[in-house]
Ligand binder design. Structure first.
Ligand code: PLP
Length: 466
């Protein structure tokens, strides 16, 4: 967003010394990051120092990290150097956060843009023009095929974006206070979202903050039957609790739940009843955003008319809640000290541009093409190693396989073996537990997928039959 060159800040940012410093940093990054060319084992001379760092981390946070992973601070696309000197293929990118992978020059430039602002953080009382631009772009993308999403509220986490979404829905439909959600859903770690999330162990000892009723998920092996079952459950709940539901909450591809996409027919059947019953519809796109054939998964599934409230996060670097003017709360319900850091806002803008510039969207866009390529390769691995891997599951740049029969212990072992062999993925779901990948959509190449499959091939060859 252009500001007047009369402003001192613009003169500062346009100072030739700033431009020169940017060029020097970009050149240094390019030289050093180019030295990362593929997998590398840990360096024995760094083992003690690395183990000490992991110990300190474990002590400080009160538990060991999932992987003994500490970044060195340098990478190249999906490849990252770790503090033990190894280089690994990062196909989980902080659970879907780094859409351009590691050490991408555009992300470094965006961080510099942030650093050139007068404050590190921005908030509801103090925002800068890039925040306006980010909100306007997210709204324009959301409205592109007709959704009535007029407003965009930035926040610092997916959980906070979801809390704001719940508040908007509950406030608008008060006194209705029950929520309908899909089996297996995950919505975040606040107390209300732990009540919404379909994982009892995530709320052990925590009082239930919301009354939630669950609907059976879509089953691709029985599309009609599973849709009818979900519709029947929805109707039964509405009869049981008339006028008490404020919100139907849906993830269109369940993420933490195990990479189960629904279908347009399944979602429409549920949304139409929700509409009749005046139940607001929220699409939680914190994980799905920008990973399917359209920026928003509700566009991929052609559900624009039902998008009352939508949340996004992760890859956008800043999280957000989008909603229509009709739902604009009356009163001071929505506000936060922080909306995001100046660097995250600049990086969010750069990320949206990179997704577009790299042709991620469309039926034959990069996301869907890379999915097809990866899925075919995983299929070949399944044929080569019968009984050890099945699938793939997921959609677009959310792709998963089931190791063995999906026993949790086997899947955990598998993920650790993958890590030590040089590729990072993560578990998802239970019964079966799957292994999922969230490759960075704007930079993953077919060569990266080939490298991933070659490491997986090696792991599979050494994995015992379950
Ligand atoms: C679908 C979904 N919603 C919400 C969240 C919570 O986001 P955050 O961890 O940024 O609070 C996640 C995180 O994994 C998610 O996958």
């Amino acid at each position: 967003m252009e500001q007047s060159s009369d402003l001192l800040a613009v003169q500062f940012r346009n100072d030739p010394r700033v431009e020169q410093a940017r060029e020097l940093l970009a050149a240094a990054l390019a030289d050093h990051s180019a030295r990362i060319t593929g997998p590398r084992p840990p360096r024995p001379e760094l083992a003690t120092e690395n183990a000490q760092l992991i110990d300190r981390l474990t002590k400080a946070r009160g538990g060991a990290p999932y992987f003994p992973y500490l970044s060195s601070g340098l990478g190249r696309g999906p490849w990252v150097e770790l503090s033990d000197g190894s280089v690994k293929l990062d196909f989980i990118v902080g659970i879907g956060v780094h859409g351009l992978g590691h050490s991408h020059p555009l992300m470094m430039q965006a961080s510099i843009d942030g650093a050139l602002q007068d404050t590190v953080m921005q908030g509801n009382l103090q925002q800068h023009p890039p925040s306006i631009e980010l909100c306007e772009r997210l709204i324009a993308w959301a409205q592109k095929s007709g959704a009535h999403l007029d407003h965009c509220l930035l926040s610092t986490s997916g959980a906070m974006a979801n809390e704001n979404a719940l508040k908007i829905a509950l406030h608008n439909r008060a006194p209705a206070s029950r929520i309908l959600a899909l089996d297996n859903c995950f919505a975040g770690r606040s107390i209300a979202l732990a009540a919404l999330t379909d994982r009892p162990q995530y709320r052990t000892g925590v009082p239930l903050a919301l009354a939630v009723d669950y609907l059976p998920s879509f089953d691709p092996r029985d599309p009609d039957g599973s849709t009818k079952k979900a519709v029947a459950t929805l109707k039964k709940n509405v009869e049981r609790h008339p006028h008490q539901y404020a919100n139907l909450w849906m993830e269109l591809v369940s993420g933490e739940g195990g990479y189960y996409p629904g279908s347009t027919e399944y979602f429409r059947a549920l949304c139409e009843i929700a509409r009749e019953q005046k139940i607001l519809i929220t699409f939680d796109e914190v994980q799905t955003f920008s990973r399917l054939s359209e920026p928003y998964a509700f566009q991929h599934f052609k559900l624009d008319e039902f998008a009352d409230i939508v949340t996004i996060g992760k890859i956008t670097q800043v999280c957000a809640t989008l909603y229509g003017e009709a739902l604009n709360p009356k009163g001071p319900l929505l506000s936060q000290t922080f909306t995001a850091s100046s660097a995250s806002i600049a990086a969010g803008l750069a990320m949206l541009k990179a997704l577009e510039d790299n042709h991620c969207f469309g039926p034959t866009g990069r996301n869907m093409e890379r999915h097809r390529y990866f899925a075919a390769k995983l299929g070949q691995l399944a044929e080569k190693h019968p009984g050890k891997i099945s699938g793939p599951w997921g959609e677009g740049m959310m792709i998963a396989f089931t190791p063995g029969s999906g026993a949790t212990k086997y899947a955990q072992d598998f993920v650790y073996k993958m890590y030590h062999a040089g590729i990072m993925g993560f578990v998802a779901g239970h019964d079966p537990t799957r292994i999922r990948f969230l490759p960075p959509p704007a930079c993953t190449t077919e060569a990266d997928i080939d490298a991933a499959c070659s490491i997986l091939d090696e792991v599979l060859a050494n994995m015992p039959q379950e």
